[in-house]
Design a protein around this ligand. Structure first.
Ligand code: ZN
Length: 142
């Protein structure tokens, strides 16, 4: 799943939307299935995603128990590949990198991903820095 921040160029309302893949986004846009929630305009544009914000929402298909685990894993792997391609890996420095981004307010910089302890996450949360976690599976060829 991919979270895109979409913006309506007519009324300038922005909203978040989940897509199965970046291809799905392009397809929906082409077919004019993407319209503004407020004014119905098709003048919708994808903006930069908020850095470090990635998580399957509770109401997405990932948590639907009727889906078999293979599909779930595939979705997570696709999701991971997207993150690997578009985000900078900072490993153990995650909390530090997220903080420096937050305090320098670098809006156009790429998102980061890495590992953080529960303590780090709690502290970042207390500082008002939005960080999301997601399941991470090992890429195996089976
Ligand atoms: Zn609009």
């Amino acid at each position: 799943m991919i979270l895109y921040k979409l913006i309506c160029k007519d009324c300038e309302i922005s909203f978040d939307s989940w897509f199965a893949s970046s291809k799905e986004y392009e397809k929906l846009k082409k077919k004019k299935f993407l319209n503004c929630h407020a004014c119905d305009s098709f003048n919708i544009q994808k903006t930069l995603m908020s850095p470090s914000v990635f998580r399957p929402k509770n109401n997405t298909k990932i948590d639907n128990q009727s889906l078999n685990s293979k599909i779930i894993k595939k979705t997570i792997v696709e999701y991971q590949n997207f993150i690997k391609k578009n985000f900078d890996y900072v490993g153990e420095n995650f909390a530090y990198e997220v903080r420096s981004k937050h305090y320098k307010n670098k809006k156009t910089s790429r998102g980061v991903y890495g590992t953080a302890s529960k303590k780090d996450l709690k502290e970042l949360n207390e500082e008002g820095i939005k960080v999301e976690s997601m399941p991470w599976v090992k890429n195996t060829t089976n």
